[in-house]
Design a protein around this ligand. Structure first.
Ligand code: PEP
Ligand code: MN
Length: 339
């Protein structure tokens, strides 16, 4: 259920409603929108929900209504205007398309510094790079781990870009949060509920990727795990799913974009690098994602893709990334956005 407060409800009225909700054994999440505040009541669904409807007569309350969908805090009903997630000086979910770019993995100081220069020069808004890599084989390069975190942070600071990196193990959350501006949950961990809960207890933004065989409803529930622990800064990333098609690494499900934008207030970005696995397909699918209404892109860019230690075939070299950024600009404008 959600309690929609009147447009001019006072802070004292909002707090009083939150207290009454807690007294009814629900958790109260205060969600402040542009026009009005909503108090979302989450708890055991077997609870006596009808008691909440009595709050309609409380000062400052406009109405009490059920949230129809199984995801409550992520549902667009609680924040119809959509959420903007701030990551350093980048905003995701506003009018500007947010572009996060960088190599699959941090491989050396020279490599991440070159990547940082390249993506910054082309106009990206954040630098990515994996320090902890979830590799299919235990014999493949596993990432530079803590040393990689430090190199990424330094490269990002030098060029003035916030940095995004993957978190795999709940034990590494403090280290990863200390050195990065946004923590990525990879496809392979998208339903690691203990990791999601732990990320709900920090304030740093989380980039949640869709699991490779996750239905959209399940994707939303994964986001709900983070939100329900108190972290509202979640961005969803469509990165392709497994289908019967093997000509591409994954099938990039762009249906997800308009559907998720209708279901949730959370920003939605698209990763055409993992979505296709083929560098030549990255630019066309990036453009298609923006046309479909995505709030941003995650693009793998490597100074020398031929010698990359992971995901070489899908990484863009700097000149191709710069060309992509140029072609994105008029498209973004055509759909009423900026780059
Ligand atoms: C990545 O971003 O490099 C990555 C491993 O992505 P995914 O979890 O989507 O496979
Ligand atoms: Mn990768």
């Amino acid at each position: 259920m959600i309690v929609v407060m009147k447009a001019h409800a006072t802070e004292a009225e909002i707090q009083a409603v939150a207290r009454m909700v807690e007294e009814l054994d629900y958790n109260a999440h205060i969600i402040r929108g542009v026009e009005r505040t909503v108090v979302a009541c989450v708890g055991d669904e077997r609870g006596e929900q009808h008691q909440l409807t009595h709050l309609e007569s409380v000062a400052g309350v406009e109405r009490v209504m059920p949230v129809v969908r199984s995801f409550k805090l992520a549902s667009r009903e609680v924040r119809p205007e959509g959420s903007i997630v701030k990551v350093g000086n980048m905003e995701i979910g506003g009018n500007r398309i947010a572009v996060i770019a960088g190599p699959c993995a941090i491989e050396s100081e020279a490599q991440i510094e070159a990547a940082a220069d390249a993506v910054k020069a082309a106009g990206a808004h954040a630098l990515r790079g994996g320090a902890f890599k979830p590799r299919t084989s235990p014999y493949s390069f596993q990432g530079m781990e803590n040393e990689g975190l430090v190199l990424l942070e330094r490269a990002g600071r030098r060029v003035g870009l916030p940095v995004v990196t993957e978190i795999m193990d709940p034990h590494d959350i403090d280290a990863v949060a200390e050195h990065s501006d946004m923590l990525q949950v990879g496809a392979r961990n998208a339903q690691n509920f203990s990791l999601l809960r732990r990320l709900g207890r920090i304030k740093k933004p989380v980039l949640l990727k869709r699991g490779m065989s996750m239905k959209l409803e399940e994707f939303m529930m994964a986001a709900e795990y983070i939100l329900s622990e108190g972290n509202p800064n979640v961005v969803l990333c469509e990165r392709g799913i497994r289908t019967f098609e093997t000509a591409t690494r994954n099938t990039l499900d762009l249906n997800a974009v308009p559907l998720l934008k209708e279901w949730t207030h959370l920003p939605v970005i698209v990763d055409p690098s993992h979505g296709t696995g083929i560098y030549k397909m990255v630019a066309p699918m990036a453009l298609a994602a923006i046309a479909a209404g995505a709030d941003g892109l995650l693009i793998e860019v490597h100074p020398k893709p031929d010698s990359a230690l992971s995901d070489g075939p899908q990484q863009l070299k700097p000149s191709r990334f710069a060309d992509l950024m140029k072609s994105l600009k008029p498209l973004a404008e055509a759909v009423g956005r900026t780059l």
